[in-house]
Design a protein around this ligand. Sequence first.
Ligand code: AMP
Ligand code: MN
Ligand code: MN
Ligand code: MN
Length: 270
Amino acid sequence: MLVDLHTHTTASDGALTPAELFERVRAAGVELWSVTDHDTVAAYADLAGVDGLRLVPGVELSATWSGRGVHIVGLNVGLGSAELLGMLGRQQAARERRAELIAKRLERRGLAVDLDAVRHGANGCSIGRPHFARALVASGQVRDVKTAFRKYLGAGKPGDVKTEWPDLAEAVAAIRAAGGTAVLAHPAKYRLTRSRLRCLADDFKAAGGRAIEVVCGPQEAGLGQRLAELAESLSFSVSLGSDFHAPVPWNQPGVPADVVRNCTPVWDRW
Ligand code: AMP
Ligand code: MN
Ligand code: MN
Ligand code: MN
């Protein structure tokens, strides 16, 4: 069985509309799917008629832990939850204020930023750094998105603004209030030492986190096994996803469920 519990659409920073992504996910043979856009569940309004596979409502919340940005995926959430919708409303307002701050910081670095064009590129929803990156490329100021992140938007660069995100525990609480399972997204992408990652995982568990992603898109051999061991040591269940954002040769939707044969899949409890 193929599952994919981490994907993005045009409702956040993905390239495909919810309907286009659905077609692609179904064609890939995925049987269990979640759309986990950044800080929004807007895509689900366009996914009401999905059939032929099981769609699990989800979201990827931006949060902070120890001054770092971390992502918490909420799966099997109640889309009508007042707590979750309140959190997402605050996140969208924070993204709008953050976008103004990012624009100012980039301008201070000598770049020309047309914030309305950036907003337009984001369809007015869940505006984020990738939309700035694309605008910088479109206006000919940087060569490609990768370069935009390396020079201006990536971790520690002027456009890396994360002061407004809720604390890890608040993000987990909103997911749990919506009846969902809180999953620590892509644990290896925070570039933490082994002991710091353990610390993050401990705090996540104390906050009510119940699962971690052991596969999140293309990753080095052996990482899945190491993360599965971390999951086991903390009695977390495990989640799998592609973090699909756009059709590219190196990342397709769908992860074989049996890569976690010796772990408890997060979907077991739904
Ligand atoms: P934001 O939600 O505004 O914090 O932007 C984070 C998103 O930017 C991630 O979800 C990725 O989709 C994208 N991203 C982060 N780092 C890079 C990078 N180095 N190159 C391209 N995209 C990136
Ligand atoms: Mn993204
Ligand atoms: Mn993420
Ligand atoms: Mn993601």
